[in-house]
Design a protein around this ligand. Structure first.
Ligand code: ATP
Length: 253
């Protein structure tokens, strides 16, 4: 079953040339779709359109087979799509303890939730379970964001995003601000959570190696167009687009 279907979308910003050009793809339940491309090619614009944060000029975005875009009423579907961005500090309120940030999405969507993997009995236990899922110690609950490292903050942001069991997580350069060691730990965590919670991801990065590590399918974007898309196993086939081959040569260096 596809959780997200993007059909022929186009987008331009005011007074600008086309930023997204006839983009189409699907993401199947429980899989990771990687999107790779150089800076400025339109990756973040695409993620914002999918999250309903930016309008599209034409085309269609379907989340769980229902229209989901800037103009549609997003409330009934909002809990099914969550995001983790590059800068974890921006998604955590500096004045709130981690436990308060963690429980916030659950409280917001409580009446619509029918959790299948997580189990809510009481707030303290729920927070402990979430922290354990992202491999953080229980005592993290009492900390403030400034007391945590970048990698720890990103784990909290991930715990927040998965706390309401969305079907799709948009991961927009989630490891870009971290050192290589923390990056690898997070990629492993994403892989583990995808399997445990049957999550689907759109994983956006300029780093082909990271995309290749956790994606089942990969799309390559250049100047607003998807120029290549393939199964992970087919990355090194000779039939790859010339631009993909250029990215691979950087990846192999
Ligand atoms: N709010 C905006 N208004 C006008 N132009 C924008 C806006 N946001 C992005 N752009 C332009 O759209 C193009 C695509 O930008 P976008 O941020 O989507 O690329 P990206 O691939 O995510 O880049 P990066 O990897 O550097 O984040 C760029 O030319 C950028 O200058």
């Amino acid at each position: 079953m596809d959780v997200l279907k993007v059909k022929n979308i186009n987008k331009s910003y005011k007074n600008k040339k086309s930023v997204l050009k006839d983009i189409s793809f699907e993401i199947k339940k429980g899989t990771c779709m990687g999107l790779v491309g150089e800076s400025g090619c339109g990756k973040s614009t695409l993620s914002k359109c999918i999250l309903g944060m930016e309008s599209i000029d034409s085309g269609e975005i379907l989340l769980l087979h229902q229209p989901f875009n800037h103009q549609s009423d997003k409330r009934p579907l909002r809990r099914h799509i969550q995001a983790v961005f590059q800068n974890p500090a921006s998604s955590l309120n500096p004045k709130l303890k981690i436990k308060e940030s963690l429980i916030d999405p659950f409280r917001q969507f409580e009446s619509q939730l029918n959790l299948r993997h997580l189990n809510y009995q009481n707030q303290n236990q729920f927070i402990r379970d979430l922290l354990e899922l992202v491999n953080l110690p229980t005592k993290t609950a009492e900390s403030y964001p400034h007391e945590l490292s970048g990698g720890q903050k990103q784990r909290v942001a991930i715990a927040r995003a998965i706390s309401i069991e969305p079907v799709l997580l948009v991961l927009d350069e989630p490891t870009a601000s971290l050192d290589v060691f923390s990056q690898n730990m997070l990629l492993t965590l994403f892989e583990q959570l995808r399997k445990e919670l049957e999550l689907s991801y759109l994983f956006i990065s300029h780093d082909l190696a990271a995309v290749h590590m956790i994606s089942q399918q990969i799309m390559v974007m250049k100047e607003g167009s998807i120029v290549d898309s393939f199964d992970k196993e087919d990355l090194l086939l000779n039939s790859r687009n010339t631009y993909t081959k250029e990215l691979i040569s950087v990846f192999e260096d």
